[in-house]
Design a protein around this ligand. Structure first.
Ligand code: SAM
Length: 231
């Protein structure tokens, strides 16, 4: 899979792409990431990529031309713009992205991107959440990591992905490891029983209870506890 990142700060990605399983996925050739800096496509010696907003107001807006020069040749890839006004990023977004051959991630900066870019060169607008960051690089890093771990061979044991939070719209059950008794706090006896049927039943019940308590919005109407506040 290939991911093209449009950013005025390509160096931002040096560390996240160099470590852990993402670093290995790139080294193994399972994932290829390339960068396009709007400054390299700007006019003039100052390589200006932003300008004052029409109508007045604070800050600067990313100019359309440098971005269009990058994004037009990338037509045919799935071009994603990060913006707080986009659809919230979820595991199902990442599942969908992981099926694609070539994804393009556009990182805004300053007050954001001239709207004509979103109108004519973008296939999907995505938000990381209901808060405002300085730029889209954090969001791109999240998507790259979230997608990379879904690519075949990146995570050693594929079953760990199948049973994770948000699969089947449930949170994962709590996890324990040695020692069985930590400062007097005991791990659940059932997990030490060796009885795989009981363990599976306990895990399934925990997943449902946790989700009902913490994220009732993930459950179907008839599974939500009464009074959870979800409509
Ligand atoms: N003026 C914009 C607004 O009020 O919606 C915020 C611009 S923000 C300071 C600059 C850039 O950071 C955005 O263009 C976007 O690419 C990125 N960004 C900030 N918060 C984000 C979020 N929650 N999700 C996705 N991208 C975000």
């Amino acid at each position: 899979m290939r991911i093209s990142v449009v950013t005025v700060f390509p160096e931002y990605f040096d560390s996240p792409l160099g470590v852990s399983l993402v670093g290995r996925a790139i080294a193994d050739g399972r994932l290829e990431v390339d960068f396009h800096d709007p400054r390299d496509h700007a006019n003039g010696v100052h390589r200006q990529v932003d300008d004052a907003p029409f109508g007045g107001g604070p800050g600067m807006v990313m100019m359309p031309e440098p971005l269009a020069r990058i994004l037009e040749p990338l037509e045919g890839t799935h071009r994603v713009l990060f913006t707080p006004a986009g659809a919230p990023l979820t595991q199902s977004t990442l599942d969908r992205f992981a099926e694609m051959d070539h994804l393009t991630l556009v990182c805004g900066r300053y007050e954001g991107v001239d709207e004509r870019i979103a109108d004519h060169f973008i296939d999907e607008e995505v938000s990381l959440g209901d808060y405002v960051l300085l730029g889209g690089e954090v969001a791109a890093s999240v998507v790259i990591e979230g997608v990379a771990r879904l690519l075949p061979g990146v995570v050693g044991n594929p079953s760990s992905i199948e049973s994770e939070s948000f699969r089947g719209n449930l949170l994962e059950e709590p996890q324990y490891t040695r020692p069985a008794d930590f400062r007097g706090w005991k791990a659940p006896e059932v997990l030490l029983s060796g009885d795989h049927g009981r363990i599976a039943e306990w895990r399934e019940r925990q997943r449902r209870e946790r989700t009902a308590q913490r994220r009732p919005d993930l459950l179907d109407d008839d599974e939500r506890p009464v009074g959870s506040g979800c409509v």
